[in-house]
Design a protein around this ligand. Structure first.
Ligand SMILES: [Zn+2]
Length: 346
């Protein structure tokens, strides 16, 4: 069954006369990998070239740098919007520190934001189990509420920019939750390819992928409850990508408190790995497919983000991602797996 998934790696090299080796002939190796689901390619080169840059968390608190933050407690009531009465009669919803509000700059018809903490600056070790559980629970509850009232937006997405290198406009921790007909090209490529795979093979790609990755045993990180954690074969992030698959969850309705606990538990392990390697920023997403299908399992992705340097703040994406729609990574998933696995043993 699992042999229907193939991992194609094109190994190649580029030769030149090296200035730091007395202009002797030199060959630099690189890889192109083909995503087994979508057929999209990703480059792996320049191995080890990117170093995570430390972020000046203390400076983010200084008034001259902090500026105005609408998510800080003293400003929230006046400056954040409220939901229409017919969506959420109480306007906003709170669960411990987490607060659900509409997005002032919505991505879609139903676009919610979770302010995750009272504190403005929260380093990774402050994103603890309680805060994460509250944020995910409230966000998932919002998506379930929307699904119950309007089925014209069949795809559900959580997305998360954490800290400035990720593109986050506010340092104050927050997540975005939206229901959409247009959830983005990555989502649509995946769901269309998953449907084709299902029709061709009569099985769910995501379940098959878990079996295949367990067999290969070089990118499979570990299991937390019913969730499976894998270093993605093709990484969307420059420093590698970790994916978590819930093979038996196909829609937002099926995502229970237990699934949230499993996601949070695995995520805490990933954060511990990130802290050990000096990751200060990331992007993350969580996808849920539409009703009446059994081929697009819910899955979560997380990629570290960094500035290439803090001299001129070069971002870690360039023409490859921005204009060629090609991912590029300096970290091989097999190495990432070995490093992260340590944190999943405990
Ligand atoms: Zn704030």
């Amino acid at each position: 069954m699992s042999s229907r998934i193939t991992f194609n790696i094109i190994e190649s090299e580029s030769s030149f006369l090296h200035p730091r080796k007395g202009f002797a002939p030199f060959s630099e190796r690189f890889q192109v990998r083909i995503d087994p689901l979508t057929g999209r390619t990703g480059h792996f080169s320049h191995f080890g070239a990117v170093k995570q840059q430390k972020l000046p968390f203390e400076d983010y608190q200084k008034p001259e740098i902090k500026g105005f933050c609408p998510f800080c407690i003293e400003n929230r009531e006046k400056t954040t919007p409220k939901f229409l009465y017919e969506i959420l009669p109480e306007g906003r919803k709170q669960r411990n520190e987490s607060v659900l509000i509409p997005n002032l700059f919505p991505y879609d018809v139903y676009s919610g934001v979770i302010i995750m903490t009272d504190d403005h600056v929260v380093p990774l070790d402050g994103l603890n189990e309680k805060r994460l559980n509250d944020a995910f629970s409230l966000g998932i509850e919002f998506l379930k509420l929307i699904k119950g009232m309007d089925q014209r937006h069949p795809y559900h997405v959580m997305s998360w920019n954490y800290m400035p290198p990720s593109g986050g406009g506010l340092v104050h921790p927050h997540q975005q939750y939206f229901a959409s007909e247009y959830p983005g090209n990555q989502f649509m490529d995946e769901i269309n390819a998953s449907e084709r795979y299902f029709k061709r093979n009569g099985s769910n790609y995501w379940s098959d992928l878990i079996i295949k990755e367990k067999e290969e045993d070089c990118r499979y990180i570990g299991q937390v409850g019913s969730s499976h954690w894998i270093a993605s074969f093709v990484s969307l992030g420059i420093m590698g990508e970790i994916m978590c698959i819930f093979p038996d969850v196909f829609t937002i309705d099926a995502f229970t408190d237990e699934h949230i606990e499993q996601l949070v538990s695995g995520l805490i392990k990933v954060f511990k790995y990130y802290m050990s390697t000096g990751v200060f920023s990331f992007n993350a997403s969580l996808f849920f497919g539409p009703e009446h299908q059994g081929y697009f399992s819910s899955h979560f992705r997380i990629i570290p983000r960094t500035f290439l340097n803090t001299r001129d703040f070069a971002p870690d994406i360039n023409f490859f991602q921005a204009l060629l729609s090609e991912s590029i990574s300096v970290m091989l998933p097999e190495r990432l797996c070995i490093e992260v696995k340590e944190f999943f043993r405990a």
